[in-house]
Design a protein around this ligand. Sequence first.
Ligand code: BGC
Length: 770
Amino acid sequence: MNEYLKHNDWCIIEEGFNPDNQRSSESIFSLGNGHIGQRANFEEKYSGDSLQGNYIAGIYYPDKTKVGWWKNGYPEYFAKVLNAPNWIGINIFVGKKELDLSKVKVENFRRVLNMKEGYLERSFTAEFDNENIIEVTSKRFISITENELGCIKYEIKSINVNDKITIVPYIDADVINEDSNYQEKFWEELSIESKPGEAYITAKTKKLDFHVCTSMKFNIEKNKTEINDDIKEEQKKKYIAQSIELDLKPDDIITVYKYAAITNSENHNKETLMMAAHNVLQKSYEKGFEKLFAEHANAWKNKWTDSDIVIEGDVAAQQAIRFNIFQLYQTYTGDDEKLNIGPKGFTGEKYGGSTYWDTEAYCLPFYLRTSDKKVARNLLLYRYRHLPKAIENAEKLGFTNGAALYPMVTMNGEECHNEWEITFEEIHRNGAIAYAIYNYTRYTGDESYLEDYGLEVLIAISRFWAQRFNFSQEKNKYVMLGVTGPNEYENNVNNNWYTSTIALWCLDYTLKSITKIQTLTPEKYKKLKGKISFNELKEVGIWTNILDKAYLPENEELGIFLQQDGYMDKELINAIDLDPKERPINQKWSWDRILRSCFIKQADVLQGIYLFEENYDLDTLKRNFDFYEPKTVHESSLSPCIHNILAAKLGYKEKAYDLYLRTARLDIDDYNDEVNEGLHITSMAGTYLSIVEGFGGMRLKNEELHFNPFIPEKWKLYSFIVKYRENHIKIEVTKEKIVVMNQNGETAKVFIRGVEYNIKERESIEFYCN
Ligand code: BGC
């Protein structure tokens, strides 16, 4: 853990400059708008340790796979979100000395991420070795009202300098990915155009030929008066800078406004990219920084009105939930069905920026509850469009008859993950994709997705499961061999309870959906059957047989589901008995030791109980939770939130609270010693669920909303809003009472701790706790 950030309701604050924290802060203070995003790199030169990261949604590179030992079926490439041309750069020279925070004496350093209004601010005093001192303040935002725009206001005050100052705004397309497999650079220059105060670099990516135009326009004021001095230009390959030299006297203030427009060929014709960038720049420049910022801040205000979670009495918890919601909205807005949510969003290179099961298992429930239903529908359509590739992917592994295996990691539907134990074996992802269809349909009441797209996906997934189970003569049951469950600290196991459970659920749900669609829209069903050559009698027969005779491992003596065959042979110890110096074990232990240990990376059996909780009574949950939670090291960010929700259900209030902090402050306090690589964006949706489903006890039962809230000891009040169908329901919980408001929509039927209420629009009810 590394707790160096100040607690504050609306801001993340760092005081004092510590280069050792620079990479972590670059991740934590990241900005984005769902289309472009970046780490909190400095505008001016920084020669210390840093991960330069500036990303554009949907722009990636298929980097040729690099593995020690090739296995048939491995993908040709790993897709990488590209570090895109740098648009934030503004180099500063005072006299002949370059401003570089690793070379000057830095004082009063303060960095603030303001989540209420969506901007990053940094201020510091720099003293050069000739005793010249300047004060710098920079403010930047990535506009959420103008998708292709970023803006910077960079201010320098002379404390004692009597010398020249040179200001050098630039664009640099000569950037690299640290994770490049073969140390290749991925960008090629197409053109550089400029006029004074304005410049454009159009570059293309190797292989996939994405084109991107990165442009800047700037103006400079001295003591609030516009400067029109000569601009000198410097051009090199993939780089353009324009500089202005000015006299600087004590108390002078220089202000630089830099606007950057980033347009790409996914959204524009290649031929018109520069013109599109020019239009954004021109419009923005005319409006000016303050007006653009006011519009942006106002849009954030509106987002918060709909989605804020308020916690009183616990600043650390309050700050953390806002941070999680803020980062989710910075990453994905749901307005483009080509896009998805990478586990690190726009905050780092790890995981390649690609799509994982995280989207369906964690993010979709968040967007369902907080956004218009078309956002979740777009996430589903993304997978529907990838169905042909998922079928191809399964064919490569030897499956037939239209069976689909969705990839573990993907950009365009093709698998690009290349560790055999995950690529070929961590197949539970198929289940999450099916479950998302169920989740969307029951939550929104919109059956049309299931009719038009969903059933086709479900049948293809069920065809896969039907071939993946095999019949064991010895057990006289269907078994599933050689899989990796969500717990990646175990590979190639037999009969992982979670994987088999979700596979069986898929078969059952597909059968039910067939019956439903047959009745609702027989014509559509008939058409689908023809399209996919569905032999209903035969295939349904096989699925039903598997459902009747499937093997799920259990330990009857303990009354628990077994994570997989043989789990009880391990040395059973608890994580609390590990020496803290040995954690996280994935950074301290050999892989072989991890695999043989009983330690569980993330919710596995408990993930299944969470998804299908209506099938298990409280005692069963308790026995499994009491057995598995102590053995879980939560070294995946996706884990603590699920444990939190189950702990809350069991009434383990303190445990639930600890797990909440762990999920919510995972990145801010760097629990797993890895925030330098980027933020855990997808698990942030789990943090939201920890409050809404954990403490709030929200459940959907028979399409009706139930809440069973409790309030953690330390909190005075918390409130959240969920959108359900036409209603916006606000729940406010204190120690004394629960207030439920129907903020919007027809009369809402809501159950509080089992008691039914019908709440008219804009009315509220109060439920007293004792
Ligand atoms: C987890 C996976 C997850 C991936 C991306 C891994 O550490 O074990 O479940 O999909 O991270 O978040």
